[in-house]
Design a protein. Structure first.
Length: 146
């Protein structure tokens, strides 16, 4: 089965817990998974050796879209990650009371697609505290494409 890289940026721990839940679900379903905090990732060629890459970031900011701090260098250097032709899915946490609810998810998805990634399923946008049932349900929808 396929090998999946999950790269996430998390400030409060919500996006990290989502990444962990996705990783556990995928592993239970036969995928080999490596989950890495964005702070610990060397972006250049990070997708090498993986069949799919999942990218996750929380969204911050009132007046504009702000990615999670540790994820910003990943986003800024995504063109060096080797995403051309790779299967990619995007997830993140946000707060729907703000104008740009999960705007980081949209920005990452758009950039990955512009770089030639093959998007697998719809992105996962979590409002507030994550419901792990929703997270694993989403992981189930992207599983066939990974």
């Amino acid at each position: 089965m396929g090998k999946v890289l999950i790269v996430y940026g998390s400030t409060t721990g919500n996006t990290e817990s989502v990444a962990d839940a996705i990783a556990k679900f995928l592993e239970k379903n036969g995928r080999k998974v490596e989950a890495r905090n964005a702070a610990d990732v060397a972006v250049e060629d990070m997708a090498d050796g993986f069949d799919a890459v999942l990218l996750g970031s929380s969204t911050w900011g009132d007046d504009s879209i702000e990615l999670q701090d540790d994820f910003i260098p990943v986003y800024d250097n995504l063109d060096k990650a080797g995403l051309q032709g790779k299967k990619v899915a995007v997830f993140g946490c946000g707060d729907s009371s703000y104008e740009y609810f999960c705007g980081a998810v949209d920005a990452i998805e758009e950039k990955a697609e512009d770089l030639g990634a093959v998007l697998v399923g719809d992105s996962l946008k979590i409002d507030g505290d994550p419901d792990m049932g929703d997270v694993t349900a989403w992981a189930g929808t992207i599983l066939p494409g990974l």
